[in-house]
Design a binder for this molecule. Sequence first.
Ligand code: HEC
Ligand code: HEC
Ligand code: HEC
Ligand code: HEC
Ligand code: HEC
Length: 217
Amino acid sequence: MAQLFPPSVDLAAKFVILGVVTCLVGGAYAFYLLNRSPYWTNVGVTIDQPVQFSHRHHVRDLRLDCRFCHTSVTTSANAGMPDTQTCMTCHSQIWKNAPMLAPVRGSYASNEPLKWNRVNETPGFVYFDHSIHVDKGVGCSSCHGRIDEMPITWKSIDMEMQWCLSCHRHPENALRPLNQVEKMDWVPAKDPEEGEKFYHERNIQKDHLTDCSTCHR
Ligand code: HEC
Ligand code: HEC
Ligand code: HEC
Ligand code: HEC
Ligand code: HEC
């Protein structure tokens, strides 16, 4: 075929095409990154709360159990939030005049619960249940990270579908001795057979765990 353009124009056209393609791919990639960036997912981003509650103080330093405040985490879908009474068991005596705790005293006096803003939230069309995970030996830190190091609570993990699925495909890697579900610095046993053992003992069935209807009911 006869050449339409001299070779030099052809080269320029190639550059233009290359430029357009680079912009398209680059743009799509940038969009993807933005979509999964902390700006949208809120991972690692602190959220304003009515009171600056610190897990580092209350969990790491005072060694309070998670269940002392999140009482329904082993029995129901929701972990539950502490009522003001729970805070006042201590704060009617310690730090009882601290300005930081004024909203807690106000809530106690008026009987209006504190309105904590959500840190982790799955969309309404997703079904999640705490109790089954905790009862089968999946620990808090596997999904919430080092809560005990947080002066203000943030989300550690972007809880997207692929994240749920990757564990549901191999739940054995995430199983702990049942008395360690609240242990914050747990690491999987070096011997993979330990997880396998728990997997069989606890009668976990992974075949249905990736079915759409498990999480979308
Ligand atoms: C003294 C009470 C107390 C204890 C003990 C406690 N928490 Fe909390 N937790 C709270 C309060 C209050 C909030 C709401 C304010 C905030 O987000 O920091 C909260 C929020 C959270 C959230 C974020 C909730 C959301 O909106 O997604 C997670 C996750 C959490 N706690 C996990 C834990 C874990 C894990 C432990 C044990 C290692 C623990 N908590 C121990 C009081 C407590
Ligand atoms: C078991 C007792 C106990 C309970 C229950 C408790 N606290 Fe505390 N809290 C303390 C102590 C002790 C301190 C002081 C920590 C320090 O300075 O070493 C403190 C400190 C605080 C402070 C200020 C200091 C800081 O940086 O954390 C806030 C705010 C606070 N608590 C909020 C709460 C809220 C909200 C609740 C209920 C969800 C609560 N506490 C439940 C014992 C408790
Ligand atoms: C398998 C992952 C997983 C484990 C294990 C887990 N959580 Fe959660 N947690 C979540 C998800 C997902 C949400 C958001 C739930 C929603 O939107 O309904 C959440 C939300 C929360 C909340 C906010 C209130 C609520 O119930 O929605 C608290 C508090 C909480 N978790 C505490 C805990 C504690 C304490 C433990 C350990 C005893 C724990 N979680 C173990 C995944 C997990
Ligand atoms: C770190 C591992 C892990 C992660 C992450 C995880 N799961 Fe699970 N999930 C499990 C295990 C283990 C079971 C128990 C399975 C059994 O008993 O057969 C389970 C069970 C469930 C069940 C009950 C299934 C039934 O038998 O009816 C639901 C619903 C569920 N998970 C939803 C979710 C959702 C939604 C997410 C993400 C937001 C998630 N899970 C993240 C490990 C995990
Ligand atoms: C282990 C739990 C789990 C299973 C199994 C699961 N999903 Fe999801 N799905 C989720 C979660 C969690 C989200 C919300 C993700 C987010 O907020 O980023 C989601 C979101 C979605 C969305 C909205 C778009 C998106 O990606 O955010 C669609 C569509 C969807 N799922 C379809 C399916 C289909 C089809 C199946 C079966 C092949 C399936 N899901 C199996 C947990 C699950």
